[in-house]
Design a protein around this ligand. Structure first.
Ligand code: ATP
Length: 481
């Protein structure tokens, strides 16, 4: 993975520094600016970001102007505007001005990482931390205290037959102390399922502690998991328990466990076998009484073959694997999930009632491939709640983000080389057709799949665009419905 380059523009310097440090710790290259001029000049002088987070609080930074200036330099550059929660007006304006998304300030690190992963193709391996990654590795003594998530937050929606079956299996596993391995693409709901297993288990009233193994630098991860005694390393001013201890009696979720460094996997193996730990720098053996749940979005056997996952750890973790299918394979969940999310976003935006999905919107949601799974659906619903008019969401309010996995329009097939030169030079007709295809592809990508916006960009009517798309489809190109 190449490091995503993030331009962060925030007039509140200390808030910006917190986010910058977190993003840098997760592997991003971040340029932080507190003023518009510096930020745009950096981009003008060749520091080309992959994504921009721009302050939208109107105190010192004019997000609309920044957006316009950056888009002049790099059309299609994803600019995400951050503004205080509840300012629906600001959200609508930002989106109308070409912002890729609108986010509530202050922006959580996990939310920022999720957005980077969504908009920057090279950052798919970047993980959303499920626990505060804490400070930089140079200062492990200040590993944050346990931050257990609220029990049962976020309701599980599972109406499809496939998910009903999986829930039944998960409930059975919950009754034992078996190690559960949750598998599935990013965003399918592995953490939601882990919380469900915990909630259904006899350990439900004890803590549920989640740690994202991919989001924490290797040196800090060991101290975070095992805890440490005072003086264990430079800066360890006082003893601190690790996540294993914090989860005593309850459940520890090791999210993205396959991203753990092999040396630490060896230590994890001992814990899985012996159910006891020692803090770093400590001698006392601490007996563990907890369930371990692990997740991964990799193919585990392949991970073993590639040397990413130790084989012995694989066997220990895979005692009870549960595969969660991608959203596109459980159509029965799409609309119930969409409605549940609209309810949540409507409450967050202080709307009188959640907006309703009309038939065109329902159809578009069911037809989409959801490469980003439930997380992507949640993002689409958040934007739709903001854009909805008179309490109704129609297909044109649904802005599907271009996916790093699967673009709305595949690149046109390469032009076949001519065996013999045609009399009179190149074939102008096919060159024009190719340019048209490219223009349409670009417009769709820049409009995040919205045909209405794409038609506006191209200066043609939505009907003409539909007609052209139909023709391209007939010519064998794969296109969104
Ligand atoms: N069945 C569900 N019901 C309600 N919300 C869900 C469900 N599944 C997923 N979500 C929501 O979708 C988002 C992604 O879910 P989650 O973090 O559990 O996915 P994940 O598979 O762990 O993703 P990753 O592999 O990227 O960490 C969250 O906001 C979560 O609340």
């Amino acid at each position: 993975m190449t490091s995503p380059r993030i331009l962060l523009l925030d007039h509140d310097t200390s808030r910006g520094e917190r986010l910058r440090d977190g993003l840098a710790g997760a592997g991003c290259v971040v340029a932080l600016h507190s003023e518009e001029e510096g930020a745009v000049r950096a981009a003008e002088q060749g520091w080309s970001p992959d994504l921009v987070f721009c302050d939208g609080d109107e105190t010192g930074v004019d997000a609309t102007r920044v957006l316009a200036r950056l888009h002049r330099l790099r059309p299609g550059l994803p600019v995400l505007v951050m503004a205080r929660r509840g300012s629906v007006q600001a959200a609508v304006q930002a989106l109308q001005n070409g912002a890729a998304d609108y986010l509530s300030a202050p922006l959580e690190l996990s939310q920022a990482l999720a957005k980077i992963r969504q908009f920057v193709p090279a950052a798919t391996a970047l993980a959303t931390p499920k626990a505060d990654p804490g400070p930089a590795p140079s200062a492990p003594a200040t590993v944050p205290k346990a931050k257990p998530k609220a029990q049962g937050d976020g309701e599980m929606v599972a109406e499809s037959a496939a998910m009903q079956q999986i829930l039944a299996i998960a409930r059975k596993a919950a009754q034992t102390d078996v190690t559960v391995m949750l598998l599935g693409e990013s965003g399918v709901g592995k953490e939601v399922m882990a919380r469900y297993v915990h909630a259904q288990s006899p350990r439900a009233s004890a803590p549920f502690i989640a740690i994202n193994c991919a989001a924490i630098p290797e040196t800090l991860l060991e101290a975070t998991l095992f805890g440490f005694e005072k003086g264990a390393f430079t800066g360890a001013g006082q003893s601190a328990p690790g996540k294993f201890e914090q989860a005593q009696g309850g459940t520890l979720l090791l999210d993205e466990v396959t991203e753990m460094a092999p040396a630490l996997q060896a230590k994890l193996l001992r814990v899985l076998q012996e159910r006891e730990i020692e803090r770093l720098g400590g001698r006392k053996r601490i007996v563990l009484d907890l369930r371990i749940i692990a997740t991964s979005n990799r193919d585990l056997q392949q991970a073993v073959q590639q040397g990413v996952l130790r084989e012995d750890v694989y066997y220990r973790l895979s005692v009870f694997p549960i595969q969660i299918p991608p959203l596109r394979e459980r159509q029965g969940d799409i609309l119930p999930l969409a409605n549940a999310m609209l309810k949540r976003h409507a409450a967050a935006f202080a709307m009188a009632a959640p907006p309703r999905l009309d038939a065109s919107a329902q159809q578009a949601l069911l037809a989409h491939r959801w490469p980003g799974n439930v997380r992507e659906l949640d993002n689409v619903m958040q934007r739709a709640a903001i854009l909805s008019q008179n309490g109704v969401i129609s297909a044109s309010d649904l802005l599907f983000a271009p996916s790093p996995v699967e673009r709305p329009l595949r690149a046109p097939p390469p032009v076949q080389p001519q065996l013999a030169p045609q009399p009179g030079g190149g074939d102008l007709g096919s060159e024009l057709a190719l340019s048209e295809r490219q223009l349409i592809a670009e417009a769709l990508q820049q409009s995040q799949g919205s045909k209405q916006l794409a038609a506006q960009r191209l200066g043609i009517s939505p009907r003409t665009l539909r007609h052209k798309l139909q023709k391209l489809r007939e010519a064998g190109l794969e296109l969104p419905d």
